[in-house]
Design a protein around this ligand. Sequence first.
Ligand code: THU
Length: 130
Amino acid sequence: MNRTDLAARARQAALRSYSPYSGFRVGAVVVDEHGDVHTGSNVENAAYGSSICAEATAISGAVAAGLRRILVVAVACIDAESVDGAYPCGNCRQLMNEFGTRWVIVTAGEGSDVRRHTLEELHPFGFFLG
Ligand code: THU
């Protein structure tokens, strides 16, 4: 799947966001080592700190399904003003780091830029126990 298709899938996932507190709908699509796709959206909570990012729900779903390598993560923040406001948080970058992610695709709403980065670019010197 190319970056335009992944961005479109991530935007679709954002429509299933549960974000009554921030009003900020985020969707994520991850591609595992077999080329299969897993989706997620942000899930908020009245106890704000219990909220879960879209990337975290997508990565958790893939891992719980038995996968251990996530090659690509695409994230779409459809309520962001532009792609500049759509980048993954530091915690999610570290979650990607754990499962060997190489590419990160970032976009906002329909018609916005779709950018591609390496995780190394967004999260250099990520933490490993070692
Ligand atoms: N959010 C994500 O889903 N991913 C990120 O990388 C950053 C932030 C969500 C969490 C919260 O539901 C909303 O965006 C506002 O912070």
